[in-house]
Design a protein around this ligand. Structure first.
Ligand code: DQA
Length: 152
């Protein structure tokens, strides 16, 4: 039987505060709720999911480096590092698996400094503005990519 494809789900700084942090912007689901939803969807899709969160840029870079050649895809919400981190961009560019960038909020409707994401340059696709549902969309999209091997 073929090995279950592994997906890394990464959440960046302050996303450990989900549920209580600006719920009018980010919703009331906690990170644990989001990860549980994602685990359930991954199971349905036949994917193994490794969920991690860090407030540290270096730790995120380390995790991305460690999955090189080992994972079938990455879903990442880099939080504020989206708008600042060339280091996370470079780490993702070195990974040979598809990356989907997720933002709970629609970053383009918000302050100008949120409109640009360095990480988007390494992303196969970007989903923003759908709240926690966006993570599930990302997993659906990755499952399709892995299945078909098709890059659009
Ligand atoms: C965010 C948007 C970022 O601008 C912000 O810094 C976050 C969360 C989102 O999910 O909407 O921390 O990535």
């Amino acid at each position: 039987m073929a090995k279950t494809p592994e997906i890394l789900l990464l959440n960046g700084p302050n996303l450990n505060m989900l549920g209580t942090r600006q719920p009018e912007v980010y919703g009331r689901a906690t990170l644990a709720d989001v990860e549980a939803m994602c685990q359930a969807r991954a199971k349905e899709l036949g994917l193994a999911l490794d969920c991690r969160q860090s407030n540290s840029e270096g730790e995120i870079v380390g995790w991305v480096q460690a999955v090189r050649g080992k994972c079938a895809g990455i879903v990442i919400n880099p939080g504020a590092y989206s708008h600042t981190s060339v280091a996370i961009l470079d780490a993702l560019l070195a990974v040979d698996a598809p990356v989907v960038e997720v933002h709970l909020s629609n970053i383009h409707r918000r302050e100008a400094f949120r409109h640009h994401s360095y990480v988007s340059q390494a992303a196969h696709g970007v989903i923003c503005g759908f709240g926690a549902e966006g993570y599930l969309m990302a997993l659906d999209g990755l499952a399709q990519l892995i299945d078909t091997g098709k890059k659009v």
